[in-house]
Every structure is written in structure tokens, then in C-alpha cells.
Design a protein around this ligand. Structure first.
Ligand code: F6R
Length: 584
């Protein structure tokens, strides 16, 4: 949520920041801005997506900082867009996070005579810094201002003298460097791969100060200087582009034919370690937010085949479980970004109680990867489409493979995954299937509501199916366990209500009964199944009879992508969303 990008030491700093911000636009896209400096600070701010900026003449400058915003406090206006300039023009500042005590601090600043020009919490930080640092920023007062801030806040500040100050508490900030000595700051590692060869991930509660080419990192606690070790950046592995696809979402959907194999590349070594911990643990908690929470629910169902005390914890509802945690417990935490604030908070609370944390994370060097006791890297490559696709299916597959390993203590499962991926490849290149998906998308695109029914492992798939439809094609969709139907949900069914039934081999009979029950009340039944059935009005063939839970989700991804196109929506950047939800 919100992205920060900066370049210091390149004659085209402004342009570098402009293109850097485009690479991290998925973090927020309601407005953007760049501050650059050459004795005076100049600011360029706009409402709208930075990706739509085609031609913009920016003055060549050697130092620039930028921001792409996902609004929290204050509407989407040019004034509320970052960077925010100090009233005396001495510095400009960008923030990623939420200043939770902004009201209290704002009152004090107003009493002290500061006149606010925006509704943002960010301007409160500007006011505090300005009151303490009349002309230039001083380390001590910078640190004491940062310590007054409550919440997860990461900021970057440009002084008109050219100095850069950064502070990380929560949201990520990575410092990059190239061989010419140019420095970059970014909210994510992948975006740096275009510009930098080396990187350092700023830790929580660290201050970075860059003066000319001299970078100093301080620990805020005692202002001691930390020796930083820059690591080599694997540019190839992190490269981000759409290839021949019109959207990242479509590219990432197709990449699942390979990502589902890649996710198991570390399993031989890591499953043994995780299994040992599972065997010793009293309770196992599966944690995640949004789609990752549905993957956690799926994994909970899978691991219950092996162990009794396995619980699903939606990260935002961790408080319901907090009293039960103790040091005999184990948590498996799922996150694509490794930076989701709700998930990080749940993990911090669990760690305080001594719970052993296994994180299953895609983004290298992310907070959840670094803070866990053991990490399982998903290894599926950068996921840029805001709605999760390949990371979600990878998380589900991780759970299925782990469960299979626990039950059989071998790795034969991988062969069935490889076979599924082969079938998926063929299915994706079958023009008949793709035509059926496009036609179904056409039918569904005019509907206001639709319902998805599944059972067993297709219940979390039904929830995920509905979420994809809601967020990418803006159609109200609800996923239910088919068992719920007669207990209330059926009241919603009337003539032509679309009901999507996820039919797997194991629950075929029950699912078909539910399909008949809704059809008898006028529903238009879309069957997602291996074979066509008489009760279906529309049939979409699954890629394979195995892994129908994954097949259903891949169909949901394609359907919602096609509906978005029909409705002229941007499937990569759904409204009001951002990829990495770094605020609570
Ligand atoms: C939905 C989606 C979100 C994320 C959720 C958690 O398509 O992408 O629901 O799954 O915000 O994000 P991560 O996995 O980064 O923790």
C-alpha cells in the first residue's frame, strides 16, 4: 500500500523515479508525485495512475524521490498526493503507512501555529519535523520525531541541500546501489532490479542518512551506527515484464503451468524439517489474509488428514485465538508479499507467546521471510497483478504436498503435479475450452449477483472463486459450502440467478443434487466439472479430474479476467485495491 521510489546520483534521477514508480504502481494507484532538487525542491503531483503518463518532460535532476498513493487519510486529490513539502521549502517527504496517533499530534502542531493544507496524516509528520528542524534535519531530532509516531510508518525525506533521510517501521524500504555509486530506494526489491546491482533491506527501527555518496545507517534506539552489508541483486530472477501478454494477470495465470512445479522445488529439504516440528507441536495454526486465508483454510483441511489439532486463523481475527497459544504450538503463515500488516501483527503476537513460525512466502527478503523461525520460499517469481493468482494456487499446492508428505513420507506427489501441469498446458491451449470461457464470461458479465457452491476442498475454492469475481469484475459474488444451501442460501435463488457448481469426483453426487435443487428454483447452473451433466445449462470442462480445486480456481481467474475486459476494466489494477496491504 503506497510505493516509494528514489534515485540519488544519476543525471536522469527524475526519469528513473518516474519509471520506478510505474513498476511499483500495484502498491497504490490513485495519485502520484515526484520531488526533485537542485538547491530548491520542485514537486510534480497528479491524480490518477502513473502508468497512464506517456510523455512527461521532467527537468534533469540528480536527486529525486517519488510516491504512488493508496489513500488512507484524506481523499484522492492533488493536494493530498505525496510528496508533501515543508512550508519553508526545506524538505519534502513521502510516507508508506498510517500514523495512528495523527489526531493527537495534529492538535499539538496546530496549537504551535502550524497551518495544515491537506487532510493527510503525512502532513502531521512534516509539521513535527519542521518544528524541530528549522533549516536542516538533525539526527537526534529526526529520531525523536520518528519515535513519536505510532503505527507502521516508513518515510523518506529529501532536503533541499540534497540530503536524504529514511526511517523504516513496518512497511518495507530497500536501498539499492549500482556500480557507478548511484543510490536507489524502493518499497520492493523487484522494482530495483532495473537500476541496482546490490541491495540492503532497511530493518525496522533503522534510520538511513545519505549525504552525497556517504550512506550511514543508525539504530534509532541509541543512534549507534550499523555496518551494512549490501547483497548482490539477482536481476534475472526478479525481472518484471508482461512478455507477450496484454496484462500481468493473464501472464501470471498462464505461468501456473510452471509455478506449480517450482513451488515444490525446495520441498525435499524443507518438508522434513517442517514435519519434525509438526510432529512435536500441540496445535497447528494456519494463518493468512484474503486469498492467503482461503489457502490457509484449504491447508487446514489437508493437514487435518494427518493431525487432529489444526486450526484456521484469518490473520485479521487472530485475537479470537490468542489466549490458546503457547510455546508448544506451531503456526504456518501464508503470504505472497510477506508484508501484509494483518499477518505480520498476528505473527508478532504469536511470537510473543513462543509459537514457532513457519512462513510460506513469495517475496524474497520480505518481513515475514526474515522474521519467521523457518521459511519455505514459494519461488514462483514476482506476482504483479493485484489480484493473487499464481501465488494463491502455489500456497494451496504447498498445503496439499505437505499433507501428502506427512501421510506417506515420500515425494511421489510431485509426479502427479507434473502430470496436472501437462494437462493444464493442453487445456489452456484448447481453443474450444477458451471459447467456452469467453462465452460464459459474456453471459455472467451482465449479472448483478452470482453464487458459487463447493464442498470439501472445493469449499475454500468457492470462497476464492467469489473473491476473484468480486475484486476483478466488480460483480457481487458469494461462495458457499453446498451443504449451506438448504439452510438459508436457497432463498436467494430466483429465475436466471447464476449458480456456479464446483463438481469434484469425491463430492459429485452431492454437488449434482445441489445443482438440481437450485435449477428447480429457476437458477442458471454453470457446472465446472470433468464431464458434462444434464443439469448444467453451461459446462466448463476442468483441466483434469485431479486437482479439481486448483482447476476451479484457474477457471475463476480466466472468467473474471474475461469479464473485466468485457466491462472495460483494468484486470491488473482493480479499483480501491493495492497489492501489498501494509496498513491495518
Ligand atoms: C486477493 C488478494 C488478497 C491477498 C491478501 C494477502 O486476490 O490478492 O486478498 O491475498 O491481501 O496478501 P499476501 O498474500 O501478500 O499476504
Amino acid at each position: 500500500m503506497c510505493g516509494i521510489y528514489a534515485c540519488i546520483g544519476d543525471i536522469a534521477a527524475n526519469d528513473k523515479v518516474l519509471s520506478g514508480l510505474k513498476r511499483i504502481e500495484y502498491r497504490g494507484y490513485d495519485s502520484w508525485g515526484i520531488a526533485s532538487c537542485d538547491q530548491e525542491i520542485a514537486i510534480e503531483k497528479h491524480v490518477g495512475k502513473i502508468s497512464l503518463v506517456k510523455e512527461l518532460q521532467l527537468i534533469p535532476r540528480t536527486i529525486a524521490i517519488g510516491h504512488t498513493r493508496w489513500a488512507t487519510h484524506g481523499g484522492v486529490t492533488q493536494a493530498n498526493a505525496h510528496p508533501h513539502l515543508a512550508s519553508n521549502g526545506a524538505f519534502a517527504l513521502v510516507q508508506n503507512g498510517v500514523l495512528e496517533n495523527y489526531q493527537e499530534l495534529k492538535k499539538t502542531a496546530t496549537k504551535n501555529g502550524y497551518q495544515f493544507k491537506t487532510q493527510t496524516d503525512t502532513e502531521v509528520i512534516v509539521a513535527l519535523l519542521e518544528q524541530e528542524n528549522a533549516q536542516a534535519i538533525k539526527l537526534k531530532s529526526f529520531a525523536s520525531t520518528m519515535q513519536q509516531m505510532v503505527g507502521r510508518n516508513t518515510i523518506l525525506l529529501l532536503e533541499k541541500s540534497g540530503g536524504i533521510w529514511a526511517y523504516r517501521q513496518g512497511s518495507p524500504l530497500i536501498i539499492g546501489k549500482n556500480q557507478r555509486g548511484t543510490f536507489f530506494f524502493s518499497s520492493d526489491l523487484a522494482s530495483l532490479s532495473h537500476d541496482a546491482d546490490m541491495y540492503y533491506v532497511l530493518e525496522n527501527q533503522e534510520i538511513a542518512h545519505l549525504e552525497g555518496k556517504k550512506l550511514t545507517i543508525y539504530q534509532i534506539e541509541n543512534l549507534s551506527v550499523k555496518t551494512t552489508l549490501f547483497q548482490k541483486l539477482d536481476q534475472e530472477a526478479l525481472a518484471v515484464d508482461k512478455g507477450n501478454f496484454p496484462h500481468f494477470m493473464l501472464k501470471e495465470i498462464y505461468e501456473q503451468t510452471e509455478s506449480l512445479i517450482k513451488v515444490l522445488s525446495e520441498s525435499h529439504n524443507l518438508f522434513k524439517k517442517i514435519a519434525k516440528k509438526i510432529d512435536l507441536a500441540s496445535n497447528i495454526y494456519l494463518v493468512g489474509a484474503g486469498s492467503a486465508s482461503y489457502a490457509a483454510l484449504h491447508t487446514t483441511i489437508e493437514l487435518r488428514k494427518y493431525k487432529q489439532h489444526v486450526f484456521h486463523v484469518p490473520a485479521y481475527d487472530y485475537a479470537d485465538f490468542e489466549n490458546n497459544w503457547n510455546k508448544q504450538d506451531l503456526a504456518i503463515v501464508l503470504s505472497q508479499s510477506g508484508e501484509t500488516a494483518d499477518t505480520i501483527e498476528a505473527v508478532e503476537k504469536m511470537q510473543a507467546k513462543g509459537v514457532f513460525i513457519v512462513s510460506v512466502v513469495n517475496m524474497p527478503s520480505s518481513t515475514l521471510m526474515k522474521n519467521a523461525d523457518l521459511t519455505y520460499p514459494l519461488n514462483v517469481g514476482a506476482e504483479i497483478g493485484v489480484a493473487s493468482t499464481k501465488a494463491l494456487t502455489a500456497h494451496i499446492l504447498f498445503g496439499m504436498a505437505l499433507s501428502d508428505y506427512l501421510l506417506h513420507r515420500n515425494f511421489k506427489f510431485q509426479a502427479s503435479v507434473a502430470a496436472f501441469c501437462d494437462q493444464l498446458k493442453k487445456w489452456l491451449s484448447n481453443p474450444q475450452v477458451m471459447k467456452q470461457i469467453r462465452q460464459t464470461a459474456q453471459t455472467l458479465s451482465t449479472k448483478k449477483d452470482l453464487y458459487i457452491l463447493g464442498r470439501g476442498s472445493n469449499f475454500p475454492s468457492a470462497l476464492e472463486f467469489a473473491l476473484k469475481i468480486k475484486e476483478v469484475s466488480y460483480i457481487h459474488a458469494e461462495g458457499f459450502s453446498a451443504g449451506e444451501l438448504k439452510h438459508g442460501v436457497i432463498a436467494l435463488i430466483e429465475k436466471n440467478t447464476p449458480v456456479i457448481c464446483l463438481v469434484d469426483e469425491q463430492n459429485r453426487q452431492d454437488m449434482l443434487s445441489s445443482a438440481h435443487e437450485v435449477k428447480a428454483r429457476g437458477a442458471q447452473v454453470v457446472g465446472i466439472a470433468t464431464d458434462s451433466e444434464e443439469v448444467f445449462d453451461i459446462h466448463i470442462k476442468l483441466p483434469s479430474k485431479d486437482f479439481s480445486n486448483l482447476g476451479s480456481i484457474i477457471i475463476a481467474q480466466l472468467l473474471t479476467y474475461e469479464i473485466a475486459l468485457l466491462k472495460n476494466l483494468d484486470p491488473d489494477k482493480p479499483r480501491n485495491l493495492a497489492k501489498s496491504v501494509t496498513v491495518k
